[in-house]
Every structure is written in C-alpha cells, then in structure tokens.
Design a protein around this ligand. Structure first.
Ligand SMILES: Nc1ncnc2c1ncn2[C@@H]1O[C@H](COP(=O)(O)OP(=O)(O)OP(=O)(O)O)[C@@H](O)[C@H]1O
Length: 303
C-alpha cells in the first residue's frame, strides 16, 4: 500500500457568506507525510473535511485516489480523519471502540493499537468521555495510527497532549509510517515540532495556498546567516530579513531569497550559512499587516 493521492483544482468551500477555501489547487503525493500548515481559521479543517467527505465542496474538483470522494464508499473507506475531539464513540470503552474499528477498517491493526495504548498509558476499559482532554487526544492518535488508512488525516489531533506525549506520538507515527507507508496529512501549528516528520508542506492562509512544495525545496527559499554582527548586517543589506537574533557579538539573520554567490561571499566574510526553518518561513508567509492578504512566494523565491 502506498496510499491515496489527492488532487484539488479550484477547490472552493463556503459556509454561507464565509469563503473557507478560495479556489485552491495543489496535489498531495501518495505515500508522503504532508504538513498542512495555516493560522487559525485558514481553512485546514474545512479542507480535510472535504477529503473525508464529511463536508461537500462548493466548487472545483477534488480527486482522492482518482475519484470524487463525496458519497464514495471506496475512498471514504480508505480515509481516516481524526480531529482533536477524537472522532471515536465517546460513551463506549476504548476496547469496544477498537472492536468497532476492527470490524469496519480493513487495515486496522489491533495489536499495534494495544501497544500504543500501553505507550500512552491508556486504560482499555475507560470510556473516552471519562478521560482527560490529553488522554482523549492520545486515543485519537492511537486510532489514527492503528487504522492504517491509505489516506490518514490528522487534524491538530495532538494539541491536547503534553510535550512528552506529543514526542511519543511523532516517534510512533514515523515508525509506523516507515513500516507501512501511506499518505498522511498532518495539520499543525507546532511547526518546529513536526518539521522533521514532513516531506511535503502546504501552507494555507485565509483559504488560499501560499506555498505547496517539498520541505527541502521550501527551506531552500531562504537561508540563515551566522557570524559577527557587523558582517551579518553587511551581508543582509537589501534582503528580506524575517528574523534576527543576537547573542553577544554574534548575530543570526534569516533571509528570504538566495543568490548564486552567497556561499562565496559568506566564506569571504567569515559567515556561516544554514537552512531556513519551516517555522520562520511560515511566519514570514503568513505575517501581514492587519486586514491585508499575505504574500505568496514570488516566482524567484518559490523556485
Ligand atoms: N460550521 C461553520 N460555519 C460557518 N463558518 C465556518 C464553519 N466552520 C468553519 N468556518 C469558517 O471557515 C473558515 C475556515 O475555518 P477552518 O475551521 O477550516 O479553519 P482552520 O484552519 O481549521 O482553523 P483552526 O486552526 O482555528 O482550527 C473560518 O473563517 C471559519 O470561521
């Protein structure tokens, strides 16, 4: 199983007069872990709900494994959307929930689910509605991983979990995906934490796509420059500086855009160049003056 591909063209979704997705077009590669990054209200949940056929699109084309997912038993059966609320039967014990999943989900692995319950210290006899928020989130994670759906959509599922539990989730997700590759879309605000998991990234803002590419290509849109503060300042003259840190006489600036002689100039000035973090790139893309739309990457910056 390599997972379902997703293709959307001019996808629009509206709630009354609110446009949650405004003619977005991009693809999600089958078998990859894609990060869906966006600020609050950017349209992430709406997008994932359309893929899972929880919500009907208003316009455009959506293809999941080559087919329209709306009322499509095949693609719906191969898609698992887990939201922060858990998407489980709240008033049935965890072990009953696992039995439902084992009956309904062809790739569900009960042994893997039970190992994950142990890892997150969840009691199989407990009902989700009698668990803490963090425990419910952890159970959602267990369901999302053990269902092994060809299209697994995890919508900020880990937000209720504390840091050790979140890191256990990232490790478990990666290990399971390596053994059972499938398409995973992970929406998150915690970009620094999830960055290492992501092969591809889609950044949306106010219902529009600001960037959609593999994470390495996106990171190459900018660079960090580190060294003596004076030399750093001279190097970045005329550049778009999106972050700057100073420690004593050493400074680090994050700039968007690269030039062919960067490495040569940096060497001559005794500066070190590094890759830009997705978090800085995300802040740059989505940062904007109140009420103004964010800039998408310009062609030179995005290619
Ligand atoms: N049921 C609804 N009725 C009306 N408007 C809605 C509804 N659900 C979402 N919206 C609006 O659609 C837009 C996109 O919301 P969506 O929940 O998809 O964003 P999100 O990126 O998932 O946000 P968050 O990170 O805060 O969960 C927002 O403007 C939101 O207010």
């Amino acid at each position: 199983m390599t997972g379902f591909a997703v293709e959307v063209r001019d996808l629009t979704a509206r709630y009354g007069s609110t446009t949650a997705l405004d003619a977005v077009s991009f693809e999600i590669r089958p078998g990859a872990i894609t990060g869906l990054l966006g600020r609050n209200g950017s349209g992430k949940t709406t997008f994932l709900s359309v893929l899972a056929a929880f919500r009907r699109r208003t316009g455009g084309t959506v293809l999941v494994d080559g087919e329209d997912p709306w009322e499509n038993p095949r693609t719906m059966g191969g898609t698992c959307l887990v939201r922060e609320s858990g998407d489980v039967v709240l008033d049935e014990a965890i072990k009953e929930n696992l039995s439902f999943l084992a009956d309904r989900r062809p790739h569900f692995d009960r042994t893997a689910a039970e190992a994950l319950l142990d890892r997150f210290e969840l009691d199989p006899d407990k009902r989700p509605d009698r668990m803490s928020r963090g425990q419910r989130s952890a159970f959602g994670v267990v369901v999302g991983i053990a269902t092994r759906a060809p299209l697994t959509l995890l919508d900020e599922v880990h937000l209720g979990m504390d840091a050790p539990a979140r890191y256990a989730f990232y490790d478990a997700l990666l290990a399971d995906w390596i053994e059972h590759p499938r398409t995973i879309v992970l929406s998150s605000h915690l970009i620094g934490e999830v960055e290492r998991l992501l092969e591809d990234v889609v950044v949306i803002d106010k219902g529009r796509v600001l960037a959609a590419d593999d994470a390495t290509t996106l990171r190459e849109q900018g660079l960090t420059v580190t060294g003596p503060a004076d030399a750093v300042d001279a190097f970045v003259v005329g550049r778009r500086v999106v972050a700057r840190q100073v420690l004593g006489r050493t400074a680090q600036a994050t700039v968007i855009g690269t030039a062919s002689d960067d490495a040569q100039r940096a060497r001559a000035a005794g500066l070190e160049l590094g890759a830009v973090g997705l978090q800085d790139l995300f802040v740059h893309l989505t940062d904007r003056a109140a009420g103004e739309p964010a800039d998408a990457l310009t062609p030179q910056e995005s290619r």
